[in-house]
Design a protein around this ligand. Structure first.
Ligand SMILES: NC(=O)c1ccc[n+]([C@@H]2O[C@H](COP(=O)([O-])OP(=O)(O)OC[C@H]3O[C@@H](n4cnc5c(N)ncnc54)[C@H](O)[C@@H]3O)[C@@H](O)[C@H]2O)c1
Length: 256
């Protein structure tokens, strides 16, 4: 029996990076996966890759900051697959990397809009669907930067700290309905988000990987599958006694 057989899971930001790995691994373990993103070509390619491997996956365009799109997509996914059992609130942006006194309000709000409002809207609209199935699992992508400070990307830290506590509060509120909600806290994972951050700081890819690797006790950065397998666990019934928890997958970053 595959680990998430017969579950229907919606993944946001599924076209690239951690979200893409998550879609592929969930499908491999038997889930029907709704790959969603704003990058339509890359998102469709992930759904095609799932189908080519013999899994079930389709692509939907979804900007997580748009409430009407959430309503439309969850209605479509639900009628296409017969319900929704899980949601991975993965879409996120790194945002502006300046000291707090130099950040324009609009740049601050952009990060809050995607990283916090996106999680709020997804949770709000997925809960009634998951309730129809008498329970399920929501996974929110926070970060090591939702646990400790690093002195950079102030709005990102604020947004990921908020996601951590939104997760715990919603976990308590919905626990008796069998709806589990947990957060995942990756260390640095080599994805387009991190590559872009390095470019903006003037590093080449190798130099940035080395610099970041040194910040982790294991001596290197992680790869998207390191996080995807944790998410498969949280979506699966293997984690049925786990809610309101923070799954830290960080190569020891927060253990220093
Ligand atoms: N990569 C890391 O080191 C790392 C570490 C900790 C946490 N995270 C978190 O993991 C998640 C995924 O990160 P990643 O590194 O794979 O990022 P990424 O930039 O590689 O991929 C993010 C995906 O989200 C999509 N996206 C962005 N804004 C969106 C929106 N408004 N609506 C829908 N989709 C949108 C992008 O198109 C992209 O496909 C993010 O929440 C990020 O904060 C990443």
């Amino acid at each position: 029996m595959k680990r998430v057989a017969e579950k229907v899971v919606v993944v946001t930001g599924g076209a690239r990076g951690i979200g893409r790995a998550c879609c592929l691994r969930l499908a491999e373990e038997g889930a029907a996966v709704a790959v969603t993103d704003m990058l339509d070509d890359e998102g469709r390619a992930v759904a095609d890759e799932i189908a080519e491997a013999g899994g079930r996956g389709d692509y939907w365009h979804l900007d997580v900051t748009d409430e009407s799109e959430w309503e439309r997509v969850l209605t479509d996914v639900s009628s296409h697959y017969g319900g929704v059992d899980g949601l991975v609130n993965n879409a996120g942006v790194a945002g502006i990397n300046k000291s707090t006194e130099n950040i324009a309000l609009a740049d601050w709000e952009h990060v809050m809009n995607v990283n916090i409002n996106g999680v709020f809207l997804g949770t709000k609209h997925a809960i009634p669907r998951i309730r129809e199935r008498h329970g399920g699992s929501i996974v929110n992508l926070s970060s090591i930067y939702g646990i400790i400070g690093a002195g950079d990307v102030p709005p990102y830290h604020a947004s990921k700290g908020a996601v951590r506590l939104m997760t715990k509060n919603d976990a308590i509120a919905y626990a008796r309905e069998g709806i589990r909600i947990n957060s995942v806290h990756p260390g640095y994972i080599w994805t387009p988000l991190v590559e872009g951050l390095g470019r903006r700081l003037g590093y080449d890819a190798d130099g940035f990987q080395q610099e970041l690797g040194g910040r982790h006790p294991v001596g290197h950065v992680g790869e998207p599958d390191d996080i995807a397998w944790g998410i498969v666990y949280l979506i699966s019934d293997e984690s049925k006694f786990m809610t309101g928890s923070e799954l830290v997958i960080d190569g020891g970053y927060t253990a220093w």
